[in-house]
Ligand binder design. Structure first.
Ligand SMILES: Nc1ncnc2c1ncn2[C@@H]1O[C@H](COP(=O)(O)OP(=O)(O)OP(=O)(O)O)[C@@H](O)[C@H]1O
Ligand SMILES: NC(=O)c1ccc[n+]([C@@H]2O[C@H](COP(=O)(O)O)[C@@H](O)[C@H]2O)c1
Length: 170
């Protein structure tokens, strides 16, 4: 039994994340998905709650069909303790998948096996670009799995983003 760990903020979960998970799936029996910066929501950079992000991930994972756990993980102001904090919240895992230099360093220093994944269409498949498009009223739906667009509609996510963006200016 091999378990992989993949962490992100998933603000929102998009097709870049989905492609990474499709690539991880054949290499492991189960995936532990860490929903990072879980304490943040209703901010321009972090509009969605951890629970909403769990809904997006769960909806998207249905079409991949591998057993998974989506686990919210709050940030900790002590990088040296963060890996232990993650371990305390998750099922055991054997390998970490990340492109985040700090995540790679912290897990590597603890002796964990870490794999990086190629970036996919990074100009458009980025949370930052998708949030920008949502606020600007541009098309973002083709950048996320259909099931994720459904969750964002259900929670009136775009309306929230626009409202947060306008009150940020005031
Ligand atoms: N297009 C992509 N292709 C492959 N990996 C990606 C892509 N976008 C993000 N990732 C990776 O997925 C993990 C989680 O990313 P994250 O949730 O921060 O998304 P993001 O698009 O980078 O978000 P933001 O723009 O809000 O910072 C990171 O390791 C990141 O490098
Ligand atoms: N000290 C900490 O709290 C700490 C350290 C490293 C990564 N993280 C979190 O892990 C996640 C990494 O995801 P990204 O690769 O999407 O940035 C983020 O939510 C980040 O805040 C937290």
């Amino acid at each position: 039994m091999t378990r992989g760990f993949y962490i992100g903020r998933f603000q929102p979960y998009h097709n870049g994340h989905h492609t990474v998970i499709e690539q991880i799936a054949p290499e492991v029996d189960e995936i532990v998905i860490g929903v990072g910066s879980a304490q943040f929501s209703h901010e321009i950079e972090n509009p969605f709650t951890a629970g909403e992000r769990v809904m997006m991930i769960s909806a998207a994972m249905e079409e991949i069909g591998i057993p998974f756990y989506a686990i919210p993980i709050e940030d900790l102001r002590r990088n040296a303790l963060w890996v232990s904090h993650v371990y305390s919240m998750t099922p055991y895992f054997d390998v970490v998948y990340s492109n985040n230099p700090l995540v790679i360093r912290l897990f590597s220093e603890m002796g964990m096996k870490v794999r990086t994944m190629p970036m996919v269409m990074r100009k458009t498949l980025s949370g930052t670009e998708i949030r920008r498009r949502m606020i600007a009223g541009e098309d973002w739906r083709n950048l996320v799995p259909e099931a994720v667009a459904g969750v964002i509609d259900q929670i009136h996510g775009v309306e929230r983003m626009k409202q947060i963006a306008s009150s940020d200016v005031i």
